[in-house]
Write a protein that binds this ligand. Structure first.
Ligand code: 5GP
Ligand code: MG
Length: 177
């Protein structure tokens, strides 16, 4: 059941524009910057950031994707583990400034898996993290460099991120699981 609306379409547009500006500021431009969207909605968010950067800076930032999903093993006593299924990265990441883009940051395990995959691909100059929503409950020492909105949640809640490309609307809502 839907409990609260966190970001509407205009809010989402505004925070993504702000994140795009912050990425440009912190990297002193977009030279050697690469965006890597984490499936599924992170890929659409990365594409939006790329578009905004193209408008504002007239730079086409190379953009790729990482396909990471949760592997649920019901019989194992181990917690759910994120698994990297595939990577599609534009060129060599060595010496580049990689910005990972995801919709929601929760325990940090997906980002950890992304860092493992990146480490296998090359040696970037730095890796940063941009997320639309930080919902808390970190289980690893991982923080985002760029946050659209910090949304305190209980573990029983789910943050539903809707993007128009997949869901017909841009909106973030908190739902009871
Ligand atoms: P973590 O690995 O940090 O526990 O979870 C982050 C990953 O799981 C992200 O790729 C994100 O898409 C997904 N995720 C975790 N919690 C939520 C949530 O409440 N809502 C949505 N939409 N995705 C979540
Ligand atoms: Mg995800």
């Amino acid at each position: 059941a839907e409990k609260a609306s966190v970001l509407g379409a205009e809010d989402m547009e505004r925070v993504l524009r702000r994140i795009a500006v912050e990425i440009v500021e912190r990297n002193k431009g977009l030279e050697r910057v690469i965006l890597l969207g984490i499936q599924r909605r992170g890929v659409y968010l990365a594409a939006r950031l790329r578009e905004m950067m193209k408008e504002a800076e007239k730079v086409k930032v190379p953009t790729g994707e990482l396909d990471i999903t949760l592997y649920r093993d019901d019989i194992s006593v181990l917690a759910d583990q994120p698994v990297v299924h595939s990577t599609s990265v534009p060129g060599d990441i060595t010496g580049k400034k990689v910005v990972l883009v995801d919709d929601v940051l929760f325990t940090g395990r997906t980002v950890r898996a992304a860092l493992d995959a990146i480490t296998d691909l090359g040696r970037p100059e730095r890796v940063q993290l941009a997320v639309l929503v930080d919902r808390g409950h970190r289980e690893l020492p991982i923080a985002a460099d760029y946050v659209g909105k910090t949304v305190p949640t209980s573990r029983a809640e789910n943050v539903e991120v809707r993007v128009k490309e997949l869901d017909g609307e841009d909106r973030v809502v908190i739902c009871e699981r």
